[in-house]
Structure formats: C-alpha cells, structure tokens
Design a protein around this ligand. Structure first.
Ligand code: ADP
Ligand code: MG
Length: 831
C-alpha cells in the first residue's frame, strides 16, 4: 500500500514538471570558458532531470565546484524564472548573499535589478528580479507573511552543511510547503546544497521527507594537498606560530597564494598588521572612512544639554498597555547573527604591536595581505577575488568564512590554526561564553581542500596529528547549542503550536523547548496553560501554548523575545525612543571595546591598564548621578548612543571612547528598523527616530528601569545577604534563582561601586568569574507587581486591613510575596 502511495506521488510529481523552455543567457567568452571548468557543469543534465522529476533534490559538491554560482543559472535557463515565480537562494552568511548575487549577475551579463540580493538591512530587489540571493533569516520572515511563498518557483537552500539554525528550520518548513504547493497546483521545487556528503539528517529523516530526495554528487576536480602536521601543538600563542609559519612559507616556498585560517576579526587584523610590517607592500591601507574631528566631552555635553521633555505623571508602567495591533505589512527582516560568531568580541585595535626582530626581516617579494571576515565592507571583500598586483604574493587572512562560503582563487598554501570561535550557552542557567575550541575533522579537511583548487597544494596544520585524531568528526548543528526562545516564538507566530512535533533536521533538546515555552508564557507572549486537570493533559498543554496578541506583536520585532517585550511596552511615558536605543544597543553585541582582553607585551599591558582606567571612568560619567545612575549600564549605552550621534558617529569618536565603530553604525540602522517595526504594529504611536535624542527625564529613567525589569524578569539577581558573606567567595556577590554560585557586577560596570540590592542583567558571561553584563538597578516593590508570574503570594495580611478603592470599585488588600522558588521576601503589595 505504502509503495502505491509513493508511486502515485511520483506520477503526480512528474505531471507537475515544468515544460522544457530554454531561456538564453548571453555570457562573455571568458566567463563561458571559466564556467566550463567547473565540475558542476558536467552534472547539469543530471541535476535538471532530477529537479524535473522530484519535488526535492539534494546536491553535494566540494567547495568551489560551482554549486552556488551555477545551479541558479541552470534553473534560470530551464525556465524556472520565466513564469510568475522567481528563483530564491538562501545563504547563512550575509557576505555570501551579497557577493554571490554580484558574481552571478556578472556571469549572466544581467543587471543587479534581475539578479539581486536581500539581507537584513539592505537589498537591491526590484520587480524585475528573477534570481534572489538572501540570508536564511530573510526567507523565514517571508514565510511568516506568505506561508506558501507564492513568489518563488524554486527555493535553493545553500550551505546546508553549516547547519545554521534558520537553515534547519527552513528545511523543516519547506518539507511541508513544497507538497502543499504541489497539491494546490502551484508547483514548487526545493534544492538543498551541501559541501559535505553528510546529508542523512535531511534525506533519511522520514519526519521531513516521506520519499527520500535523490542525492546528486558532484565530483570535484581536486588536486592533491599535502598535509603537514606540527610535531607539537602550541597551546598558548598559536597566533605567533601562525605568523612564523606564514613568514616562512613566503620566504622559502615557490609562488602561490597563502590562505590563513584564524578564529576572529581581532586576530585577523593583528596578523595582517604584523605581516604588512614584515613584508611591506606600498602604504598599508587599513583605515578608511571619515576621520572627522570629534570631541568627546563636547558631544556628551551636547547630549546632556539637549532639551528634555516634560513629564509630570507618576512613572509606573502598565503591563497591560502594550502595542499590539498586528498588521501584515512592515518590511522587517529578522536575521540571526549566525555566521557572524567569529566577529564577536573586540575588534578595536589600540597602539602598535611591539616589533620583533623577526618582523623586521628583509622584505623580498612584497606580500599582498588582505583580511577576510563576514562583517568586512563588501568592497574590501571583493578584493580577494581579484588577482594580486603583479610581482606580489597574495595572502588572505580569514576567519572560517573562507572555509566553504567563498572560494578564493589561486591559493596553494593553507595555514590552519585548527581552532574556531564559538558561543557556548548553558541551557539551564543561561550563562554564555565565547570559547576558542578545536574545530572538527570535517572543517579541517575543508580548510585543507582550499589549497588544491588550481594545482597541487600544501596545508600546514599547526597542531599534531594526535590532536587531529581527537577532533570531533563533524560540527554539531547550531540549534543544539543556542537558546531557542526566538525560534519558538517565530514558529508560534506561524501557528505551529506543537513545536516539539516540528520536523527539525536535528531537534533541539526537549529541555530547551520547555524552557523557551515557559519564558514566553511568563513574558505574556503565549497563553498560560491550565493549572488544573489531568497531569498528562497539563503536560501536553504546557508544550503547545498558543500565541497571544502581545506575542504576535513581539514576533514582528526583529529582536529576541525579552527585548521585544520591552519594545511592546515602550510607548508609555514617551519612553519609546529610549527603549529602542537601549534594545538596539543590547541586540548589537559588544558595543564597548573589550577591556578584559589579554595584552601581549608588558608595554602593551601598561597601556591597556591606563586605557581601562580612563574608559571605566568615562563610562561612570556617562551613567551620571542619582536617578540616572540606577539605570546603570543601560544608561551608559543610552549615553553612548546619544553622544555618538551628537559627534556624527565617526570612527575617531568611537576609538577615543572605547566604542566599536561598526557596532555604533549598526545600532543606528537598527534604531531605524525598530522604529518602523513599532510603527507597523502600532501606528498611533507615530514613533520616529530623532537620532539626536535628548536624555530621558528622571521620571522616564524610573519608567525605563521598570520596562527593563518587565523584559528581563528572569534575570533578576539579589545581593548576597549577611549570612552568605560568611563565605568569602560571596563578598560583593549576587544570588540568582537558578545558580548556586555567586555572580558579580563587572569592575567596568557603572554600578560596580553602587552594589544595589536588586539588579537585572542582560546576560551572564563567564570569564575569570561569572560576570553580569548590562546591569540595571530595580526596586524590590516593583517585583511583585511587574513580575507577578514569578511570585508566590501569601494570604492577605491582617494589617493593614483590606480597603475599598473608590476609583476602581475594587477591594484591595495587602499580600506578602516571595520570588521564585528561591523564596526572596518581597514588600507587601496591594492585590
Ligand atoms: P561552490 O558554491 O560549489 O562552493 P562557487 O559557485 O561559489 O562554488 O564558486 C565557483 C567558482 O567561481 C570558484 O572557482 C570561485 O573562485 C569562482 N568565483 C566565485 N565568486 C567569484 C567572484 N566574485 N569573482 C571571481 N570568481 C568567483
Ligand atoms: Mg557555495
């Protein structure tokens, strides 16, 4: 019987196949010649036949075999974009979406009006667009607006091997959308492309596809790559080792490009600088951008002097007064920071490296050194594809963007540090940390493969073969190592109530799903499940809570649910511009230069200590005194955003004030985007961004603290009480409901000295200690009111006795309460 069904389905699918049309493309002879060398060209017929006969097809092929640039062209030529539908391709990284759309437009000799891209903040899609490259987050957002994706005739999910969260979810959703479209007589095709052969999670997963999709393997013409392992594995200064090795290759080995893999933007820049110094090539062109005059104190003074609004009403936010008028319009694109992980952490460079004797080596052939990482400006990125200036050797210093997303021509030598920077997250406590860890064997082999694209090459692994043997075989899917509350909210907004049953290629853990559902219920985004009834039913209800109107509004804001809640409440007391600024600053990670980073030499160390002291001092000044100080680090963020705008947001201002220029630019864009999002949900608020805002009034500061508490309620911490301090490890420590260990206010925080009794924090980062980041003080009496969902209320107190409120007509009585399971006593409230 089962076989019959699949036979029927097959016949049905065959009938849906597209008529054979051929849309001619006018390529230049050079392009045509280069194309013919790509292995994927040999498989064009096989691929197109499989696409015609199957709703879903998987293509596996080595990086550089031509999948991303050629497969969209095959489909275009076969007429998949000549009807009403267009061809959509998703990439996990913004870099790839932008650069591949340009490349394909050029190869096809078509304008970027026809071959376009869309990423979180920008795009060039027009009504003429036929091939659209986008990030996976953009497509996910489109599914929320039109579940059937009627604009598309084909969706290609590229880089599926990266297993980014949104890519995984898209495959899950598309496994349902494609049959639905075919049933409705609007045929649609799905192509999943991977650089590795490990695709069983997609193909052998009956939850996903009833008929396993065919897998087409593209044989890449790969030249042999000789692997050289180090005898020993440097544990500490691997970047020093990378530098030495690169210098040695350049001095001793025959011509051929060098590609170096490091873990993050800061490392990339450091190595570029050292290499440029050692082998100068013209004047190094690192700094671009307007270097305007900017005066710190002046800008801050202007921000502080800006006229404040007058507010008279008592500051108390109303939890029931939120923006929630979901509309279908609004052009916000959510996009995870996926693939940007390597850019976390500080990237601001201060001072100069000490010059080693080694670095003064006699320059022989100039080395043409280029950085490559995902947030690099597109013009800079494009340089790696052009041939290096004559008489020089190309050396690209990259993060793992160069592993599979981008193929750099002419690489003969690869230097692999063997490491990767990843964010780790503790599901129970919510503590996150960035760790540089060993990469997987699969990644290391991908990296090595980059050396054998055009001729036999060499890969230098700066670790021993024994260490390599201990690497995990593959990297885990991202979904298993990050919080999923934002995904759960997005799915609920798609009316997928039983998220546990969703066909994830790899399912997040059950405890992560339960925790997300609970958080969303406590934020008011999901309906509270019944508290009585049969245990089993209650259990089921707990995992299938439907979305509330507030939840829909929150889902339309392109930020994490906790921040979305703040935005929803933000219109009260004219606080919206401030809430938007604070949320933007919290969403864009690491707006402040990392003052904890390790310094190299002693000289650098003392410079860093001085800078740390100066910047900490300045952050305290920005937080101000009295009422505004209590908003703490969020006031510092607000001050930073405000002052930076008054200074014209220049790189110079940011450098002087320990702000990351790129983060500030992104905050500016995000403020605009969030304002549009709030306006779409709640037009009567009529929010607009005045980049140069005035500082909040004292009333507004109180209100802001309450809004922050309402959003970050599960991140409440209380200063350790006298009895705890008996143990010295608790000195100046804070207690949190879920951890036994103390957490601390960071020495660079505005509230480091104030030590308020109750604080909320943005997140806990584990470095030398558990440190709370983004700390604000809150008042104990707000907790039972604004976080009643976390409190247990006692019976009404005898004294004072209940009283009648004439304005509301209700009887009010005082109740004592405690917080969470931890049982913190809170002031009595009227309830
Ligand atoms: P895959 O997706 O299979 O990894 P691609 O389609 O990205 O392969 O790349 C195919 C070829 O096109 C590679 O040789 C690559 O160097 C080349 N290529 C890609 N983008 C550019 C570009 N912007 N300029 C020049 N060559 C490019
Ligand atoms: Mg590709």
């Amino acid at each position: 019987e089962k076989k019959n069904i699949s036979e029927q389905e097959k016949i049905q699918n065959k009938n849906l196949s597209e008529p054979a049309v051929f849309v001619p493309v006018d390529r230049s002879p050079e392009i045509q010649e280069a194309r013919l060398k790509l292995p994927v060209l040999a498989e064009e017929q096989v691929i197109m036949e499989a696409v015609r006969e199957n709703p879903c097809v998987v293509i596996c092929g080595e990086t550089g075999s031509g999948k991303t640039t050629q497969v969209p062209q095959f489909l275009y030529e076969a007429g998949y974009a000549c009807g009403s539908g267009i061809i959509g391709i998703t990439e996990p990284r913004r870099v790839a979406a932008v650069s591949m759309s340009h490349r394909v437009a050029k190869e096809m000799n078509l304008s970027t009006r026809v071959v376009s891209y869309q990423i979180r903040y920008e795009g060039n899609v027009t009504s003429d667009t036929k091939i659209k490259f986008m990030t996976d987050g953009v497509l996910l957002k489109e599914i929320q607006k039109d579940f059937l994706l009627q604009r598309y005739s084909v969706i290609i999910i590229d880089e599926a091997h990266e297993r980014s969260v949104y890519t995984d979810i898209l495959i899950g959703l598309l496994s349902r959308i494609v049959p639905l479209r075919n049933k409705k007589g609007m045929p649609m095709k799905l192509l999943v492309m991977s650089a590795t052969l490990r695709v069983e999670d997609f193909t052998d997963n009956t939850k996903l596809f009833r008929i396993p999709p065919p897998v087409i393997k593209v044989d890449a013409r790969q030249f042999p790559v000789t692997i050289h392992f180090n005898k020993r594995t440097p544990l500490e200064d691997y970047t020093g080792e990378v530098f030495q090795k690169t210098c040695k290759i350049h001095r001793m080995l025959p011509p051929g490009g060098i590609l170096v893999f490091l873990t993050g933007q800061a490392e990339v820049h450091n190595l570029c600088r050292r290499l440029r110094k050692a082998f100068p090539f013209r004047k190094s062109n690192t700094t671009t951008g307007e270097d305007e005059e900017a005066d710190t104190s002046e800008a801050m003074r202007k921000f502080k002097k800006a006229k404040q609004k007058k507010t008279v009403s008592l500051p108390r936010i109303d939890l029931d007064n939120y923006s929630a008028l979901p509309v279908d319009e609004g052009d916000e694109d959510r996009e995870a920071g996926i693939g940007d992980e390597e850019d976390e952490g500080s990237d601001l460079e201060i001072g100069d490296d000490p010059v080693n004797a080694e670095e003064k080596a006699d320059p022989s052939i100039p080395l043409y050194v280029l950085p490559l990482y995902s947030l690099l400006a597109p013009e800079q990125q494009a340089k790696v594809f052009r041939p290096p200036p004559p008489g020089t050797r190309l050396c690209v210093v990259a993060t793992n963007v160069a592993e599979t997303s981008l193929t750099i021509p002419g690489i003969k030598y690869v230097v692999d540090c063997g490491r990767v920077k990843k964010r780790f997250y503790d599901r129970v406590t919510g503590v996150s940390s960035f760790k540089v860890t060993w990469t997987s064997q699969a990644s290391a082999n991908q990296r090595a493969g980059r050396a054998g694209r055009t001729e036999p090459g060499h890969c230098y692994r700066l670790y021993s073969s024994a260490v390599f043997g201990d690497f995990s075989l593959f990297s885990e899917a991202e979904i298993t190592r990050r919080p999923v509350e934002d995904l759960v909210l997005q799915m609920k907004d798609l009316n997928i109530d039983k998220v546990v049953n969703f066909p994830f290629p790899t399912s997040p853990s059950a405890e992560a799903l339960v925790a997300s559902e609970q958080l969303l219920v406590s934020l008011g985004a999901l309906k509270e499940p019944p508290r009585t009834g049969r245990v089993k039913e209650m259990e089921r209800a707990r995992l299938s809570c439907p979305i509330t109107p507030l939840g829909r509004a929150m889902a339309s804001f392109p930020v994490a649910p906790r921040y979305a809640k703040m935005l929803a409440l933000g219109k009260q007391q004219d606080c919206l511009p401030y809430v938007i600024a604070v949320v933007a600053a919290m969403t864009v990670r690491e707006i402040f230069e990392d003052l904890d980073r390790p310094a190299g030499s002693e000289d650098e160390n003392s410079k860093l200590t001085q800078r740390r002291a100066r910047l900490t001092q300045m952050r305290r000044l920005w937080a101000g005194q009295g009422a505004s100080l209590l908003l703490g680090d969020l006031m510092v963020m607000l001050g930073a955003v405000g002052a930076c705008e008054f200074a014209g947001c220049t790189p110079k201002f940011c450098e002087e004030n320990g702000l990351r220029y790129k983060a500030m630019v992104e905050i500016r864009r995000l403020r605009g985007q969030l304002t549009n999002a709030v306006n779409a949900v709640c037009p009567e608020v009529g929010a607009f961004v005045n980049p140069k805002m005035s500082p909040p009034t004292e009333h507004q500061v109180v209100c802001l603290r309450q809004i922050v508490l309402a959003g970050l309620g599960d991140h409440l911490a209380r200063r350790a009480q006298a009895e705890d301090i008996l143990d010295p490890k608790w000195k100046n420590g804070y207690k949190t409901p879920l951890m036994d260990e103390p957490v601390f206010i960071h020495p660079t925080s505005a509230l480091f000295k104030a030590l308020p009794e109750f604080v909320v924090y943005q997140e806990i980062m584990e470095t030398t200690k558990m440190y709370m980041k983004g700390v604000s003080a809150v008042e104990a009496e707000w907790v039972p009111e604004l976080l009643h969902q976390y409190c247990h209320f006692g019976s009404p107190l005898e004294s004072p006795s209940p009283w009648f409120c004439s304005s509301t007509g209700t009887v009010r009585c005082h109740r004592s309460s405690t917080f969470f399971r931890i049982g913190w006593q809170l002031p009595a409230v009227e309830k």
